[in-house]
Design a protein around this ligand. Sequence first.
Ligand SMILES: NC(=O)c1ccc[n+]([C@@H]2O[C@H](COP(=O)([O-])OP(=O)(O)OC[C@H]3O[C@@H](n4cnc5c(N)ncnc54)[C@H](O)[C@@H]3O)[C@@H](O)[C@H]2O)c1
Ligand SMILES: O=P(O)(O)OC[C@H](O)CO
Length: 332
Amino acid sequence: MGNFAVLGAGAWGTALAKVLADKGNRTTLWAHRPEIAEHIARDRVNARYLPGIALPETLHPTGDLEEAVRGAEMVVVVVPSHGLRDVVRQARPYLPPEVLICSASKGIEQESLMLMSEVLHDELGTHVSPRLTYLSGPSFAKEVAVGQPTAVVVAGASEPETHAVQQAFATDRLRVYSSLDVVGVEIGGALKNVVAIAAGAADGLGFGHNARAGLITRGLAEIARLAMTKGANPLTVAGLSGMGDLVLTCTGELSRNRTVGFEMGKGRTLEDVLASLGHVAEGVKTAKSAYDLGRKLDVEMPITSEVYRALYEGKSPRQAVVDLMNRALTRE
Ligand SMILES: NC(=O)c1ccc[n+]([C@@H]2O[C@H](COP(=O)([O-])OP(=O)(O)OC[C@H]3O[C@@H](n4cnc5c(N)ncnc54)[C@H](O)[C@@H]3O)[C@@H](O)[C@H]2O)c1
Ligand SMILES: O=P(O)(O)OC[C@H](O)CO
């Protein structure tokens, strides 16, 4: 059995820690807010982020980052993408030399416009590259936590390490594929959240299935363009992290990103929706990062641009749809 650490006790970190702990691994779950660790230790449930799910005794909550990573064979980082750099920097002095590192956060850092793998390289050095992996794909935390069948993908630059992480997470309910295309898998996971906001807005505005299918498909086209420009294989985003996660998040009512778009489509303000959401909706920050990255790399991203304008420039979702529909006609 392994000795694993999961950094981030939100819904996804808790669900992934439960997967590892249910397999009999000693799994330490680090919470950004120490009181969350105390509550989990007392109640054996994360009532704030994953209510109603009993957590096994093999899962050890802590608010102490050093305690969490000391002696770990694999550290899984699952904090919101805007917090990943700080958490990794704080954990760095205590990381065992040969530790495997897996990021399960979906986002692009604002300002630097770096993918999570680039942030990890920046903080830990490029020599860690073979030990870095990235987990993504269509996976609502709540469904994984109750053992609903789910398929995800783990990407890494080095096959043996990627295979080790694939094996660590795999169960008869969680099927884990592997990939060597880290950038493609990361971009698919980050950008689907932006398209989910658009699809939610379309639903909130009262549009139909046609609009949603159009957004998913054309959203995938702009995700593929960005992925290719960043050196990824565009076919990667037709897989679980890309098309798979677009289908889930653009249609599933559990999606926080879709909810943000849906409520804005109904007329609520972004601030109002975020105040009541209770969880991170990565697409809000990623819309800005991706918009800036698209402009920097000269990649045409019309859906991302309209989501950005609706979130950051006060454009009405209805006007954003009108402008998308009236763009110059083009080839598919
Ligand atoms: N929830 C899911 O179903 C799901 C599935 C796949 C991937 N993800 C991704 O996992 C990541 C985490 O999402 P989640 O659903 O667990 O979030 P969540 O909203 O459920 O919880 C957020 C957690 O992050 C902590 N936090 C807040 N700010 C922080 C900071 N600056 N530094 C460190 N920690 C901070 C909070 O205390 C909380 O524990 C996101 O990138 C998300 O896109 C989520
Ligand atoms: O609830 P969302 O929109 O953050 O989506 C959660 C996961 O990323 C789904 O794969």
